[in-house]
Design a protein. Structure first.
Length: 282
């Protein structure tokens, strides 16, 4: 797919498993399991999807997945499956080397979005993409390095601070246009200072939904994660951007939907729902 000057493709980085109840909050299992089957531990399988945008001068990565070099306990808790499919192997399949990445735009700093940004070398974490500049909202960074017991497990400082120590992390004071086709949209329901990525030209628009709408099962307005710090804010953000996606015919791209790349959305008397599921970019 091409939007403006960018050729756009998606990168799969393996899967993790999280508790289905936590992923859907107050929504009964009877409803959420219609779209997300749970295993014997009540975990649902989630993907780790990133985007790669290429122009004549840029190779931009949006998010970096969970990454590798986790300990056995972590891998077992989250049923992490990314030995053969992770950010590096998937980029290699597209003939892209880590040194070629010019920019990494991070939606937020939860481990499943930033973990692949660093890699362990000689027992120490270093930036995976040595020539890239990394970007995240300062509000998110400030929250992530001083987070509360409520969400501290989602932020792994050993995956964040090496970006600071190596001088590659740019902290953005506000959202807005990153360039002509890329717009960063701040949202605060899931965590403070998360940013969705809108990629648009005069013909079409992609919205990389981050954790506002992680899977197509989360499209209904009130299907909100238990992880969200401000669920009522999440609901209002979903109403706003789902309505825009209907009005302007956006394509939503899901980070965590293991089976579906994205969707077109419609609104009926029952609320927002899937109009068309998308498996691949045209």
């Amino acid at each position: 797919m091409k939007i403006g000057k960018y050729e756009i493709d998606f990168i799969e980085t393996g899967s993790i498993a999280l508790d289905g109840g936590a992923m859907f909050g107050i929504i009964p299992k009877l409803l959420w399991e219609k779209t997300n089957h749970a295993d014997e531990k009540n975990r649902i399988t989630l993907g780790g999807r990133c985007l790669i945008l290429q122009s004549e001068s840029k190779k931009i990565l949006i998010d970096s997945g969970t990454g590798i070099d986790w300990d056995e306990k972590f891998e077992n808790i989250y049923n992490l499956q990314n030995k053969s499919e992770n950010i590096l192997t998937s980029l290699a399949q597209k003939n892209i080397q880590p040194e070629e990445i010019t920019d990494v735009i991070l939606t937020h700093l939860h481990f499943d979005h930033v973990g692949g940004s660093v890699i362990k070398k000689n027992g120490k974490f270093e930036p995976t993409f040595p020539n890239a500049k990394y970007f995240v909202l300062k509000k998110q960074f400030d929250w992530g390095i001083s987070s509360t017991n409520r969400d501290s497990a989602s932020f792994r400082k050993e995956r964040i601070l090496p970006l600071v120590e190596n001088g590659v992390l740019t902290l953005l004071e506000k959202d807005g246009f990153w360039d002509d086709e890329i717009e960063l949209l701040e949202i605060n329901g899931h965590t403070f200072g998360q940013q969705m990525i809108k990629i648009s030209d005069s013909k079409q628009t992609l919205l990389f939904c981050a954790d506002l709408i992680p899977t197509f099962g989360h499209i209904p307005t009130f299907f909100v994660m238990g992880y969200d710090l401000q669920p009522l804010i999440t609901i209002e953000e979903k109403k706003k951007y789902l309505q825009k996606s209907v009005d302007e015919d956006w394509t939503l791209v899901f980070v965590h939907d293991y089976f579906n790349l994205g969707a077109k959305v419609q609104k009926t008397e029952k609320g927002f729902s899937v109009k068309q599921l998308i498996k691949n970019f045209e």
